[in-house]
Design a protein around this ligand. Structure first.
Ligand code: PMP
Length: 360
């Protein structure tokens, strides 16, 4: 069997060219006589790999010089805790926007550390849209405002960056980072688990405005303190070297393919045609308000859920895999990150049409 079109939400597809490059460098990285995974993180070879990855990410996202970029373990979930641990700095509360399953997890974790003011929630509407700026009840005394620009499970994405009147804005960009250009200067912290648009699992990328580093209590465990990692260039302890290297190959691939503006154009096109296929049928549906539909995660249901298993097996026979929706939602979900070629989306749309004709 050849390579499939993998619609997994994460760990997710990695560009084939990147995998081929990693394969060709697996045994002997550029004359070093060893694999990247065998190298000391402090040796000159790995230091050059890590520095190039950071420089390429800075270039791709146009990260201003007053931001640190950190490559940390613990995934996005550890950031749910590290954010309050590092940013409260004597304040008692933080604002959280609740748009779905991942916002709720971030809120639950923050409640261990501070008072959470839910600045807006669309839970009463089953999280089918992002709230508008006018709906946000922000507290000027909040240590920060946290939101989830893209809810990976619900497929709900903000079409704007919230205005927070000087309070640092913290964004869990796990499932939307690198999908399009953004203005990093609007954010205090951007963080993302690597296993969707960055590379393999095992790492989070955390981009922090320098003034937010060093606010934590000195008693905080070193590994939980942003200052430790900022001062140590993410090498206070042994970092996830191979994941960092693979992320660097992905950043290089993005640069070679036109950067984030090019990705945005392709991603918008892929998403639009998939939503058009869903909306144009009587058989498939997506409940998310058109203003808040995700470019990255497209959940959809079949008119008759008894056909879900047949849909999945028919898709699988054509090499369209991991389309089963999250267990909390049911139905299907197509995650179409940067590494999903447009041909994969076209093949899915074609299969959906045929399945509807045959079984709908
Ligand atoms: N936030 C979002 C939006 C996610 O999609 C995920 C993972 N699916 C997480 C946080 C948790 O990430 P991790 O598994 O890296 O802790």
């Amino acid at each position: 069997m050849g390579r499939v079109f993998n619609f997994s939400a994460g760990p997710a597809a990695v560009p084939q060219e990147v995998l081929e490059q990693a394969q060709s460098e697996m045994l002997d990285w550029r004359g070093a006589g060893m694999s990247v995974m065998e190298m000391s993180h402090r040796g000159k070879e790995f230091v050059s790999i890590s520095e190039k990855a950071e420089a390429d990410l800075r270039e791709l996202m146009a990260i201003p010089p007053n931001y640190k970029v950190m490559f940390l373990q613990g995934g996005a979930s550890l950031q749910f805790a590290m954010i309050p641990m590092n940013l409260l700095a004597g304040k008692t509360g933080a604002d959280y926007i609740n748009t779905g399953a991942w916002s709720k997890k971030a809120i639950a974790e923050a409640k261990r550390f501070c008072e959470v003011n839910v600045a807006a929630s669309t839970e009463a509407e089953s999280f089918m849209r992002a709230p508008s700026q006018d709906e946000l009840t922000l507290n000027s005394e909040a240590a920060y405002v946290h939101y989830t620009p893209n809810e990976t499970i619900g497929g709900v994405e903000f079409s704007y960056v919230p205005e927070t009147a000087g309070v640092p804005l913290v964004a869990d960009m796990s499932s939307t980072i690198l999908s399009r250009p953004i203005d990093v200067s609007k954010f205090g912290i951007i963080y993302a688990g690597a296993q969707k648009n960055i590379g393999p699992a095992g790492m989070a990328v955390v981009i922090v405005r320098e003034e937010l580093i060093g606010l934590a209590d000195g008693n905080l465990a070193a590994m939980l303190n942003y200052k430790t990692h900022a001062d140590g260039g993410s090498m206070y302890n042994t970092p996830p070297t191979y994941t960092w290297y693979l992320a660097g190959l992905v950043f290089d691939w993005l640069k070679r393919n036109g950067g984030l503006a090019a990705m945005a154009a392709i991603n918008e096109r892929k998403a639009k045609k998939l939503y058009a296929a869903i909306d144009g049928s009587e058989f498939y549906s997506n409940p998310v308000d058109t203003s808040s539909r995700s470019w990255m995660n497209v959940p959809f249901t079949l008119a008759n859920p008894d056909l879900d298993a047949d849909f999945l097996s028919g898709a699988g026979e054509r090499g369209l895999v991991t389309l089963k929706g999250h267990r909390s939602v049911g139905g299907m979900r197509a995650s179409i990150y940067n590494a999903m070629p447009e041909a994969g989306v076209d093949a899915l749309i074609e299969f959906m049409g045929e399945f509807e004709k045959r079984r709908g």
